[in-house]
Ligand binder design. Sequence first.
Ligand code: PBG
Length: 329
Amino acid sequence: MVATTTARLSLTRRPRRLRRTEAIRSLVRETRLTPDCFIYPLFVCAGEGVRREIPSMPGICQLSVDEAVEEAAAAKAEGVPAVLLFGLPDEKDPTGSAAADPDAPVQTAVRALKRNLRDLLVMTDVCLCEYTSHGHCGIVDGDEIVNDETVMLLAQAALSHAVAGADVVAPSDMMDGRVAAIRRTLDEGGFDRTVIMSYAAKYCSGFYGPFREAADSTPQFGDRRSHQLDPANVEEALRQVELDIEQGADIVMVKPALPYLDVLTKVKERFGRPTAAYQVSGEFAMLKAAAQRGWLDEPRVMLETLTGIRRAGADMIITYYAREAARLL
Ligand code: PBG
């Protein structure tokens, strides 16, 4: 049917006026997605020249220190300002003693990165789950994860990262009192300038599946429900964020991102602090898998999810898409 020229609505407001061209859309755009808000996670292992792709995370590899430096340099060149390091130790034991080992992969990588890439921001994940033989985030007694002893070990791990040169330590364990203990230990060690980014609202999520393959950190028994947040709760998450801020967290994080955007908005609105969101391994794997089948347009959904996370309130996003998204922007 041909449009009739006589049909004319008398409208004062025509919202479509502001959507006609990319130029006007760009002027009225409310959320900007730029590579300088991305943090790129790296999985660091021992050896040299190692680049082992993680099957459920296409394009993401376990990297030896030399390769991690290459990868970080490439990310930096693409505009990504920060990396977040996870370690794959050679040896695991019940207390995760490799977590604070100055010669373990993370500490070695921090030194190498700071030596080679002066203004790259280096962040480290602080947890015991990659280091314990049982895969739990702390010391285990029967089926309990013992809080206070675990916190002492976490503080030592964080200190070892700061000594190696980490700019930011990021405790992801969800033990009570860890932020205060880490702050005190860092300060006593002369590291009052080291930033703490706490995984404050970390949910007990099925979306960590691929990460546990990447970091070899699947619990050998039980689960993480005794410390990570129940997906049904938001008030509890806000109390948790408040506690972490009181204890000295400089940046607070919500994790995962996509299923918890409401939590992200509330955290940002209520506390107004620098707020990070972690687009976790399962969120990445889900998009990758659908894209590989041709079911989703990957560049589009990648930028759409990242924009959504920013719009919901994230100042910064930890994402395995950091490099790919930076190249598109
Ligand atoms: C714990 C940790 C986890 C992730 C980051 N830090 C896994 C867990 O709690 O089981 C998940 C990240 C991801 O899924 O991408 N050290």
